[in-house]
Design a protein around this ligand. Structure first.
Ligand SMILES: Cc1cc2nc3c(=O)[nH]c(=O)nc-3n(C[C@H](O)[C@H](O)[C@H](O)COP(=O)(O)O)c2cc1C
Length: 194
């Protein structure tokens, strides 16, 4: 089953026909996906979501490596003690979007330190948001709760994906349902505001 694409809709590329694109895109919800990925699982999920939700992508990057066993443990400790990593400057402004969706791997049961670095810099610019976590096996509930604590309000929708679900392709259906939940919460919010 294909997800209803709109919160969203398919945004027209302004290169195709600038005047037409402006008319079609005006009034559509703008969605940004901000993600960090060390080994590719979160990136894969973020790219799948971006296609379904017609969203822009902001990958978080750093001027350092996280390869090797020492870096693995250093990363786990950073996440566990909630130390934000120094990250490269973001390209896009989250405050310019109607919805920001965060994607992070879970490290030591917590939000990854590069995502903490992004949130430290940008959390006050975030309005409505959704969040997904990728996990090797354990539960990502603590990491999801951290988002709410840091941003100071609940997410419109949440999703936890395991590496296995991504490996076997089950993530597509789960991401479609996630988009539907985001759509539903948008409709509820819009109607409550009438
Ligand atoms: C430093 C580190 C700590 C991790 N800690 C956990 C954990 O506590 N629980 C878990 O289920 N997976 C844990 N994982 C596995 C990742 O969350 C999982 O493989 C994730 O999908 C990786 O995403 P990525 O490929 O986008 O980097 C950890 C991975 C790393 C590198």
């Amino acid at each position: 089953m294909a997800a209803k694409a709109l919160c969203c809709g398919t945004r027209l590329d302004t290169g195709q026909n600038p005047d037409l694109a402006d008319v079609v895109n005006r009034g559509m919800k703008k969605i940004l996906i901000v993600y960090y990925s060390r080994t590719g699982y979160t990136r894969h999920a973020a790219e799948t979501l971006a296609v379904l939700a017609s969203a822009d992508l902001e990958p978080i990057s750093e001027n350092r490596t996280r390869k090797g066993i020492v870096e693995f443990f250093r990363s786990a400790i950073e996440a566990y003690i909630a130390r934000p990593a120094n990250i490269r400057t973001a390209r896009l402004t989250p405050g310019a979007y109607d919805l920001v969706i965060f994607g992070t791997p879970v490290w030591a049961g917590r939000i990854s330190s590069p995502m903490l670095g992004y949130l430290k810099a940008h959390k006050y610019q975030v309005g409505r948001y959704g969040v997904f976590c990728t996990v090797g096996g354990s539960d990502g509930a603590v990491a999801l709760a951290q988002f709410q604590d840091l941003i100071g309000k609940p997410a419109a929708a949440e999703l936890i994906l395991t590496d296995k679900e991504i490996d076997v392709g089950k993530h597509k259906l789960l991401i479609e349902r996630f988009v539907e939940r985001l759509n539903d919460s948008d409709t509820t919010q819009t109607e409550a505001g009438k």
